[in-house]
Design a protein around this ligand. Structure first.
Ligand code: ADP
Length: 338
């Protein structure tokens, strides 16, 4: 840490939030220029839409999405056409503010007319997306997967996927969305930051129980039920690669403008957090990509009312220490020289 500024050049620069230092001329930086902007909900949806238009079957792992407010008329019109052609289609949609995180401002709707058009949506653009109604449940609960992906280089494209990740659980038994339960965030949203406030949240020291588990423990369970876990992994790997390919053109534009080729500059790498939802039929669906996944290996515990303490979280530690360790091994400058 250089709280008073850096003196000597470093082999590896580990920035907290984003690539921001234009005075680095060598070494490696743990952020790509423009990554934060590229993975925001709207930009990601745009990039995925472009690829879905070109390769509809290859990119069917991203829910159909519309950008608000600009595509509101298109959203209304497309939903009307789909409902007319299939009157039994009873969709649910999820509205997510751009740049939001931790479930902030998210709500579910049954009809385009339920979009909240008062003030905030105009000032705060959002993505409205088809809601995946039939997720895979474990212990009757919805959960999502956080996988850690290292983008080691853009050119040539080098991607590494950590073998284990986290599974984050809801804290109310899942029911398919109805007008009555649409507002129940503990049933529909898997965000740790929301569910931690539920009285049903279970902190566990074991990797295969509680409200946060390792993904490998879920795979073990699926495998013992006879699921084809190899196929699931191969689908996940393909989802990750295709998503990064979709983001690459924009990332290259940022890279060229911040670190023009021919001029001295650092190379970049970045750990990304992929949020993935498994459908009942085990098809992985991409929810979002996080440019700054939390690497905390502790959680807060309320010792007595209002008194909090940080305690180790063995599940986070098991997954995240390996991610950081393997990342440093992969970018190790000594290894490169050897
Ligand atoms: P945030 O950045 O605020 O966490 P996300 O896109 O990750 O926003 O959505 C929050 C949560 O909402 C997800 O973790 C997931 O549980 C749920 N969710 C998001 N999109 C969908 C979807 N299309 N279908 C079903 N559930 C979704």
């Amino acid at each position: 840490q250089f709280p008073f500024g850096r003196r000597l050049p470093c082999d590896i620069y580990w920035h907290g939030v984003s690539f921001h230092d234009n005075n680095i001329f060598s070494g490696q930086v743990n952020k790509f220029p423009g990554m934060m902007e590229t993975v925001r909900k709207i930009t990601l949806s745009r990039a995925m839409r472009t690829m879905q238009d070109l390769f509809p079957l290859e990119y069917n792992f991203y829910p159909r999405s519309w950008i608000l407010p600009e595509e509101l008329p298109l959203f209304v019109a497309e939903v009307r056409v789909m409902k007319d052609s299939d009157p039994s289609w009873k969709p649910t949609f999820i509205v997510k503010p751009d740049g939001g995180c931790q479930g902030d401002g998210i709500y579910l709707i049954k009809d385009p007319s339920d979009i909240r058009l008062t003030g905030s949506i105009q000032s705060r653009p959002a993505v409205v997306q088809e809601y995946i109604c039939k997720p895979l449940l474990v212990d009757k609960l919805k959960f999502d997967i956080r996988l850690y992906v290292l983008l080691k280089s853009l050119e040539p494209l080098e991607i590494y996927i950590a073998k284990d990740g986290l599974s984050r659980f809801c804290t109310e038994p899942y029911q398919e969305p109805t007008l009555k339960n649409l507002h129940q965030v503990f049933m529909h949203l898997t965000n740790y930051s929301l569910n931690i406030h539920s009285e049903n949240f279970i902190h566990s020291d074991s990797v295969n129980t509680g409200s946060k588990r390792t993904f490998s423990s879920i795979l073990c369970r699926l495998s013992s039920r006879g699921a084809d876990v190899k196929k699931l992994w191969s689908d996940i790997i393909s989802l990750v690669i295709k998503t990064i390919i979709a983001l690459t053109p924009e990332l290259k534009v940022y890279y060229q403008s911040d670190i023009p080729s021919g001029k001295p500059g650092p190379t970049c790498f970045q750990i990304l957090g992929f949020d993935i939802l498994l459908m009942k039929n085990l098809k992985p669906m991409l929810l979002e990509v996080n440019a700054n996944p939390s690497m905390r290996i502790e959680h807060e515990q309320e010792l007595s009312p209002g008194v909090f303490e940080n305690v180790p979280s063995p599940v986070d530690e098991e997954v995240k220490v390996a991610v950081i360790r393997d990342t440093l091994r992969l970018v190790d400058p000594q290894k490169k020289k050897r």
